[in-house]
Design a protein around this ligand. Structure first.
Ligand SMILES: [Fe+2]
Length: 296
């Protein structure tokens, strides 16, 4: 895969639909959902819920446990356990986001009814096409990212289906193919799911293997499950909304990698997920029983 800079024009070919919040090319969605990143359009840019003043109120209403924030001038390979704080309160970080060089995420914003409705309405539109590809939409959550000009979100991957909707400002997203074993090895998947280890390291030889998206306001980007990425904020304050959900097949993925992780901790060399379907099935059934009995 060679590096390509995909400008927003890529999504301007979207066919007209009856959807009111999101718009995408239906053929591209069918071809790419959970296989390859692709751009969509959204119409949230004028929505006052995403103004900094309204986000300040939201941040003050949310429980502390649902807010994560830190310094935003970070290296791509930053260890999340050693991420430096920015020395400010939540409210001051929001108020001074233009100059305080910070990165902030407001989690589970769907617990606020106004934001919950945005999430529900967006995912109702996604569901019309995602169900045929990844049935059983569940565990819907929304996150709002508020970032200072020039901030970096270090290299990492996420366990959910995700559309990142850019509402204000713009970002450059570097995304890597999570199905390429030279980018994410079996052991890295096991560490991620079984060891709950968040930090990942982007190898120098893999830097040129990314898709690169210039994500402008009014556009959204689909992130396939566990496709690693890092994000560079551009010259303005950025506000983006991440709409996420899970499907039952992801529980199986979690179970299989978790079992392989514990086998590896005990000195075994477990077969990669997908190599022996019958063995995978046995492992997953064991995982489900063990989880029910609180053994894992
Ligand atoms: Fe992410």
């Amino acid at each position: 895969m060679s590096t390509t800079l995909l400008a927003p024009e890529t999504a301007s070919k979207t066919s007209p639909t009856n959807r009111s919040l999101l718009e995408w090319d239906t053929a591209e969605f069918d071809r790419c959902f959970n296989r390859q990143p692709f751009l969509i359009r959204h119409n949230l840019c004028e929505n006052p819920l995403f103004n900094v003043e309204r986000l300040l109120q939201l941040a003050q209403d949310l429980p502390e446990s649902d807010i994560e924030y830190n310094a935003g001038s970070l290296p791509i390979n930053q260890d999340p356990n050693l991420t430096p704080r920015n020395g400010l309160s939540v409210a001051d970080t929001v108020r001074r986001i233009k100059e305080c060089k910070s990165w902030m995420v407001l989690k589970h914003v769907e617990n606020d009814p106004a934001y919950g409705k945005v999430l529900d309405d967006c995912l109702a539109e996604v569901r019309t096409q995602s169900e045929a590809i990844a049935p059983g939409m569940m565990s819907a959550h929304a996150y709002i990212f508020l970032t200072s000009p020039g901030s970096i979100t270090p290299y990492h991957m996420d366990p959910e289906h995700n559309f990142l909707l850019q509402v204000h400002g713009s970002k450059i997203v570097h995304m890597f193919d999570g199905n390429d074993p030279s980018i994410v090895s079996q052991e890295e998947f096991e560490r991620f799911y079984g060891g709950r280890v968040r930090n990942m390291k982007l190898a120098d030889e893999n830097r040129s293997k990314s898709w690169v998206f210039d994500l402008q306001s009014g556009y959204g980007l689909h992130f396939p499950v566990t496709y690693p990425h890092f994000v560079q904020n551009c010259d303005e304050v950025s506000v983006s909304l991440s709409i996420t959900f899970r499907t039952p097949d992801l529980d199986r993925r979690l179970g299989l990698h978790s079992i392989n992780w514990s086998l590896r901790q005990r000195g075994w060399k477990p077969a990669p997920v997908g190599k022996h379907p019958l063995l995978d099935e046995a492992k997953y059934q064991y995982y489900r029983v063990a989880r029910k009995l609180n053994m894992i």
